[in-house]
Design a protein. Structure first.
Lengths: 254, 308
């Protein structure tokens, strides 16, 4: 992918910072919420069945894996995408070459996938160091988290490419990403929500990613349930990419 | 005659109800330096984007290198070099990396891209800045880098949209020199500009565009001969006096234009006109006798000046 080369070259300048934050973030979160907050949670009737019969740290970790990956992938699909049209105009440079708008899109999605992978993989390493893992299937949680991240990033790229001001991103973060990470099952089971609100959690890619990652890390997930999640996340990616391809064309070759 | 590299017939571009290009005919032949001269909003950039195959036409015929952009866009673009109006360089990357990555878009091997990047840096007089970040370059250097980048695929046609807009006079002359060298090497240049001096310096042939249409076509000298007199006398009177004074000198020239800040008298012998003006006891604040330029052609054709 020739268009990916641009993003990997820019990454060469920033990878040191991104690698250290890829490890630091999970360490901080798991220490504070998993160990700190978890010690309180576990005291209140430890190994609660609603947490899958594991301590809070082990319950929380795969949820954070999915949310963190989704957040990083989405951020990569916000400002960098919009900037490639409006600021450094990297996409516009590409469209003056044999590359098509869809090449610019696919090239960037490949790079976002790579970024999601580095974040998910380092997160799982930290989970192992914390002992917050119940099953060797946790290795499959890495691609699962990447799927979850891209399920948000692909449609986000389509949204970002046509924005004429970046205030839209603040709204997306405030009204979509943040509520999703808080209420889609990462920190507590969706079953704790009032029944009427649960369906909203179930239609987010976040919940599918969280449930899939958790099922794999704890080892208890059924094959069909896992495949169901993969299918939903895959559908988000396919539909998001299709919409993004149309919008990229509209913006880049008016 | 060789086959045209660019051929447009009734070429049209609409954005919704707005007509940016209203049916133009253009032919560019190999080795030519061809210009689109016109003010902002004349449709020059829209035309360039259609020629560059990054904007589909709304109507008419267009053939670039004998191919139809609608069906062979990527193939055509692989043989074009594009210098867009706004820089699309990456400020964060080095000068060299900008060239290298762009070369990769054309599927050049790393080795070839490297080799060409080095040659082009030499051509753009930027070899000593190869490892500098683009951010640190001056406007003129950035524009030379953009031109170098556009040459990485050894294009048959170089498209330049307002190549020297925003540059200081010295940087413009350096750039013109580089473009002139390219022309000597046989690269076909197609450029837009709203600077008449640029059009006169660089273009073998040009069209004057206004409001999406072509107002006139020819070599710079032809256009001046057809649409203007040999010389022009510029008289500058006190503010608000130009209209009044114009009536008193109208009989001296073939044609007269009254601008907000000066009166232009078109005549073949400018010095004689200036002499008569002073004999009549009219005392303009400044008198300037000069050759006709494309600016005068444009004024004649459209009733407006190029740079508002």
């Amino acid at each position: 992918m020739r268009a990916t080369a641009y993003w990997t070259t820019t990454y060469k300048r920033t990878w040191r910072g991104s690698v250290s934050s890829s490890f630091l973030r999970p360490v901080l979160f798991l220490a504070a919420m998993g160990l700190g907050l978890g010690s309180l949670v576990d005291r209140n009737g430890s190994l609660d069945a609603r947490l899958g019969g594991v301590d809070y740290l082990t319950f929380l970790a795969p949820g954070l894996l999915a949310t963190t990956t989704l957040m990083v992938a989405s951020q990569e699909a916000m400002w960098p995408v919009n900037g490639a049209v409006r600021w450094n105009r990297a996409y516009l440079a590409m469209t003056n070459t044999p590359l098509q708008p869809r090449d610019a899109l696919f090239g960037h999605l490949v790079y976002m996938t790579f970024r999601a992978f580095t974040v998910a993989a380092s997160f799982v390493v930290v989970m192992l160091l914390f002992g917050a893992v119940e099953s060797p299937l946790v290795l499959l949680a890495i691609p699962a988290a990447v799927l979850c991240g891209m399920a948000m990033a692909a449609p986000m790229a389509g949204y970002s490419v046509a924005l004429t001001s970046d205030s839209g991103f603040a709204s997306i973060n405030r009204f979509v990403i943040t509520p999703m990470s808080l209420f889609a099952g990462a920190f507590f089971p969706v079953g704790q929500l009032p029944p009427w609100i649960r369906p909203i959690a179930y239609v987010t890619p976040m919940w599918h990613g969280v449930d899939l990652c958790r099922g794999l890390a704890l080892g208890g997930i059924g094959l069909w349930r896992a495949l169901g999640h993969v299918a939903v996340l895959g559908a988000f990616i396919a539909a998001g990419t299709a919409v993004a391809a149309v919008r990229y064309r509209r913006v880049l070759v008016p | 005659m060789a086959d045209p590299l660019i051929e447009a017939r009734a070429l049209t571009k609409r954005f919704g109800d707005f007509v940016a290009v209203a049916g133009i005919d253009v032919t560019v032949r190999p080795g030519e330096a061809f210009g689109f001269l016109g003010p902002n909003g004349a449709g020059k950039s829209s035309t360039m984007r259609m020629i560059g195959c990054t904007s589909p036409r709304s109507g008419g015929e267009l053939r670039i290198l004998g191919l139809d952009p609608d069906t062979h866009g990527a193939q055509i673009r692989s043989r074009l070099g594009v210098v867009p109006q706004d820089d699309t360089l990456d400020n964060e990357l080095t000068v060299f990396d900008n060239l290298l990555i762009y070369g990769r878009y054309f599927d050049l091997s790393r080795k070839v891209a490297r080799q060409r990047a080095e040659e082009l840096l030499d051509f753009a007089q930027l070899s000593d800045r190869a490892k500098a970040r683009v951010q640190t370059l001056s406007g003129g250097m950035k524009r030379r880098l953009t031109i170098a980048r556009a040459l990485i695929n050894e294009p048959q046609v170089l498209l330049l949209d307002e190549p020297t807009t925003g540059l200081d006079p010295q940087a413009r002359h350096v750039l013109w020199d580089r473009l002139y060298r390219l022309k000597q090497q046989g690269v076909t240049l197609v450029l837009t500009t709203h600077y008449m001096d640029e059009a006169e310096q660089l273009c073998d042939r040009l069209v004057v565009m206004d409001k999406g249409r072509i107002a006139a076509e020819g070599t710079p000298l032809q256009l001046i001969a057809e649409h203007s007199s040999r010389e022009v006398v510029e008289l500058r009177f006190a503010p608000d006096r130009n209209e009044v004074m114009a009536d008193k000198v109208a009989d001296l020239a073939e044609r007269i234009e009254v601008l907000p800040d000066r009166v232009l008298l078109y005549a073949d012998d400018g010095d004689a006109v200036a002499e008569t003006v002073s004999q009549r006891g009219l005392r303009p604040e400044t008198v300037l006798v000069r050759r006709s330029t494309l600016e005068d052609v444009f004024l004649r054709l459209t009733g407006r000046t190029l740079v508002d």
